[in-house]
Design a protein around this ligand. Sequence first.
Ligand SMILES: [Zn+2]
Length: 65
Amino acid sequence: MRYQMGGVRLTCPCCQNDTFNKDYRQLNSRGATFFGLDWANKEAAILICKRCSYISWFMEDPSEV
Ligand SMILES: [Zn+2]
């Protein structure tokens, strides 16, 4: 799939590929909880480049193009 964020088409910073697999990961870690960050238990969206497997992290959910 191809994705966009804020009206911008997302491309891989490593290989410029524009197809990704989307997944989600919990952001909570011991350090984040200690500092009381409000996103400590939030899920981040990740896009895994289909070509080079580079992972991009997003606080908001990228929408499919
Ligand atoms: Zn890539």
